[in-house]
Design a protein around this ligand. Structure first.
Ligand code: NAP
Length: 516
């Protein structure tokens, strides 16, 4: 087995790579408007009711027409998963890992094509798209290796006892419901799905309604690499309509969810109920929202801090769970950091995501656009808009990257997840007070500290209560295997996706002790 190495990012300054992406975009544009089926038990099902996936950069452009599962199809998908579990759970781990390796290789070969889908359906710039495709490849490669390790760990880790043979085996759980968000419609969807599948489970995968076509493309890729029928059942449809059916079904054994706090809490509550005929306690793995902060000390590399803040706040239009949503800056350097952030923000070129000249694309849809603009108005009341603050007259959902300064720590802009290109600035008078402000939301996902003071760094390591803390670097950009990812408090169950413990969440260890 080759050691795991993170997938390199494409160097688009090389004209060959840039041309390859242009060619892929042209090819994908020819495929726009196609119809996509549900896939249940390996069968393609085109439903009468469909919904349309749109390009957020050009909201009149159809990406695909997608079949829509109703409650009855949701039940059928659970049943198909339960049937396939009988055989897939007995397939040797090495064979399951092989499926992931093959899929990683296939995705690597079609990297620019998947980048193109991400640019068109999710509104990612080429750099953001490429980072995501690389992350999807990493999840496949990493979990395939982790599964092999898990098999060996069972044999290695028990303490020998004379006269007995003891074995520990990590068995799969059963049927899982996988519900990913739209903001990483390839990487998170792929990571959640294949972690469950490589451990021997079968799943019903409900993609986000904003980005179902990328989900369909990934499932097709898995199928082309030998995914057996019924192991991944693909049911696009409204979460509000079929979510409860999937979660409450007595054959559902676990739910793997990534998305907003409110939907996650609802799913967890429903999953706690024991339905008729249900003989297990459902497991809930939930990665939820964030209100991530970058804290800048008075002794810090202020240029690096400003660059880190702007990149983490406005990369993918601030639509990352790890995005820097709050900059908390020591009062001695506040004006300097703020004015440099304004300069860097003003230099960002905003426009259609498939135009390579742009640094920032649209927000995902009308509902997000409306919600973000409402927050901009709240910001106008609560603080001082120092740059941005307007929608842009373009054919999609474009909002200027916006900085709201001089906010009180309790302001709504400092407490609530906005999930858009709006950065809140607040000042602190001491480093300790900065840490208090950083910790005073209900979330605890990512955070950064820029400081040259070793004592302050040590204090931040001990007291900044987030699942992923970064020192002297931005708070986005976690890499599989390098920065296992997940948050505290209302940010979720801290599953640490892309980490050495993640696969355990989809297994139940069994011990067999035989007297010799
Ligand atoms: P969302 O609105 O909660 O939706 C997430 C998924 O849940 C979608 O597939 C959605 O389907 C589905 N859903 C909606 N209502 C449901 C219900 N009642 N039952 C079952 N499923 C339901 O979140 P989002 O807007 O897609 O994603 C953004 C959020 O995800 C942010 O809060 C962000 O911080 C968080 N996030 C967290 C992480 C992390 O690792 N912690 C990573 C990425 C994103 P429909 O699309 O059909 O509604």
């Amino acid at each position: 087995m080759m050691p795991y190495r993170p997938e390199p990012f494409t160097d688009f300054s090389n004209p060959l790579h840039s041309e390859a992406l242009s060619d892929a975009l042209a090819k994908v544009k020819e495929e726009l408007g196609r119809s996509y089926p549900l896939i249940i038990g390996g069968e393609e099902i085109y439903t009468e009711k469909t919904f349309t996936s749109l390009n957020p950069s050009r909201s009149q452009e159809t990406i695909g027409l997608v079949s829509k599962a109703d409650k009855a199809w949701a039940v059928k998908a659970i049943e198909a998963s339960a049937e396939a579990f009988k055989t897939w759970s007995r397939v040797p781990a090495a064979q399951r890992s092989e499926l992931l390796w093959k899929t990683a290789a296939a995705l690597r070969r079609r990297k620019q094509e998947f980048n193109a889908w991400l640019m068109l359906e999710a509104g990612k710039t080429r750099v953001e798209a490429d980072v995501e495709t690389a992350e999807a490849i990493d999840f496949l490669e990493y979990y395939a290796r982790q599964m092999i390790d898990l098999g060996e760990r069972g044999r290695k880790e028990l303490i020998p006892l004379a006269g007995e043979r003891n074995e520990l085996e990590y068995l799969p759980l059963g049927v899982g419901v996988v519900i990913p968000p739209w903001n990483f419609p390839l990487a998170i969807l792929a990571g959640m799905t294949v972690a469950a599948v490589v451990t021997g489970n079968t799943v019903v995968l409900k993609p986000s309604s904003q980005t179902p076509v990328i989900g369909a493309q990934f499932v097709a890729l898995l199928q082309s690499c030998g995914l057996p029928a019924g192991v991944v059942n693909f049911v696009p449809g409204s979460g509000g309509e079929i979510g409860d059916t999937l979660v409450e079904h007595p054959a559902t054994r676990f739910i793997s969810f990534t998305g907003s706090r409110d939907v996650g809490i609802r799913i967890q509550q429903l999953a706690a109920n024991v339905g008729p005929g249900q003989i297990w306690i459902k497991r809930f793995v939930g990665e939820l929202g964030g209100k991530d902060a970058i804290l800048v000390d008075k002794e810090a590399d202020l240029e690096a801090a400003a660059k880190g803040i702007v990149a983490a706040a406005f990369g993918f239009s601030g639509q990352k769970c790890s995005a820097c949503s709050r900059a908390i800056v020591h009062e001695d350097v506040y004006d300097q950091v703020l004015s440099r952030c304004i300069e860097l923000t003003n230099a960002l070129k905003v426009g259609e995501a498939d135009d390579f000249a742009n640094d920032m694309g649209p927000v995902v849809d009308q509902a997000s656009y409306d919600k973000i603009l409402q927050y901009v108005e709240i910001g106008r009341q609560e603080g001082r808009i120092v740059t941005g603050g307007r929608a842009l007259e373009l054919p999609g959902y474009f909002i200027e990257p916006t900085i709201v300064a001089d906010l009180a720590p309790e302001a709504r802009l400092m407490q609530e997840e906005i999930f858009g290109p709006v950065l809140s600035f607040s000042r602190c008078s001491t480093f300790d007070q900065g840490l208090e402000i950083a910790n005073n939301t209900e979330y605890g996902l990512t955070g950064s500290v820029y400081s040259l003071n070793r004592e302050h760094i040590a204090k931040a390591k001990a007291e900044f209560h987030v699942g992923n803390l970064y020192i002297n670097r931005k708070c986005t950009g976690a890499m599989v295997g390098v920065h296992p990812f997940g948050g505290f408090n209302m940010s979720g169950t801290d599953s640490k996706a892309g980490g050495p413990d993640y696969l355990f969440l989809f297994t139940q260890p069994k011990v067999c002790s035989e007297l010799l």
